[in-house]
Design a protein around this ligand. Structure first.
Ligand code: SF4
Length: 289
């Protein structure tokens, strides 16, 4: 089978940089344990690989012993937690610079008295971190949330502050644009909009859609925890029926698909999928003839 892979498939620059810093620190600091607070990236197999190297992931930063280096994941963490960790630990901050930029923009506008509107998944670690940089904020995950915000704050004109709008970096552009358009028409002061959607993610989605048109089946590889993998899957699935969301080769085998009937497959991995998983899937598909 012929296999098409978008150029931007797999780890994004933020994850690549985080991996490089983490592993080089691990090689250098042989005597100091490294403890990652929360998943470095949303991929369970990758977290196990780190653990096999002695880089353990903890759910609560208070579990990190004083002598260890506390690692902050690519999605960032809540501001008050970061402050506390920095008071008691050496820190390796792997927050992606795009995420850091959004955190600081939110803080800057919040300090100036803006009300912060964030589009994205409420329970995603990045969004939880972003919220912590705002004095007052509202997260819009769905059109229902937008309606709720309008009802609560805009219908009776009870919101007197200017509004600052941002998105989760891997957020949905259609939702972000809908929110911007709807809010602009409802408030007297023009809202300030910061387009914080990661360009790499959008580029990968665009390439994947172009290649999907040449393929007769598509595979999105990613952990079910990964929101950018889920988004990639939804985008491709909305265009064609033959799209499958898999975590690895075993998942693909479990689907029991009549692979021999396909001539061209698109394989695209999320920003948090290790290359080795994609390589194994591609090799398997290429051998089918
Ligand atoms: S997807 Fe973009 S914003 Fe998110 S970690 Fe990667 S480079 Fe950074």
């Amino acid at each position: 089978m012929e296999v098409l892979v978008p150029r931007h498939s797999g780890f994004c620059p933020g994850v690549r940089q985080a991996e490089k810093s983490l592993l080089s620190t691990h090689d250098r600091e042989t005597e100091t344990p490294l403890r990652v607070y929360g998943y470095l990236i949303n991929n369970k197999q990758y977290i196990s690989m780190l653990s096999s190297k002695g880089i353990l992931t903890v759910a609560d930063w208070k579990e990190i012993n004083k002598g260890s280096i506390a690692v902050i994941r690519t999605h960032g963490i809540r501001r008050e937690e970061e402050k506390k960790i920095r008071q008691s630990h050496r820190v390796l901050d792997l927050t992606c610079r795009n995420v850091k930029k959004v955190q600081l923009k939110i803080k800057e506008h919040s300090d100036k008295g803006f009300y912060i509107l964030i589009t994205g998944k409420k329970t995603h670690p990045e969004v939880e971190g972003l919220v912590s940089y705002a004095e007052q904020s509202f997260v819009i995950e769905t059109e229902n949330d937008l309606a709720e915000f309008e009802k609560k704050y805009l219908m009776d004109g009870s919101l007197h502050q200017p509004i600052f709008i941002v998105s989760q970096t891997t957020g949905n552009r259609a939702l972000f644009e809908t929110v911007c358009k709807r809010i602009e028409g409802r408030v007297t002061a023009q809202p300030v909009v910061f387009d914080s959607i990661c360009p790499v993610t959008e580029l990968k989605e665009k390439e994947a859609m172009e290649l999907q048109d040449l393929a007769d089946v598509s595979f999105v590889i990613g952990d079910k925890l990964s929101s950018n993998a889920a988004k990639l899957y939804q985008i491709l699935k909305a265009r064609r029926e033959e799209v499958h969301f898999i975590e690895d080769l075993q998942d693909l085998l479990n689907l029991n698909l009549p692979l021999i009937n396909y001539k061209i497959a698109l394989v695209v991995s999320s920003a948090s999928t290790p290359f080795s998983i994609e390589e194994t899937v591609c090799r398997y598909l290429k051998d089918i003839r």
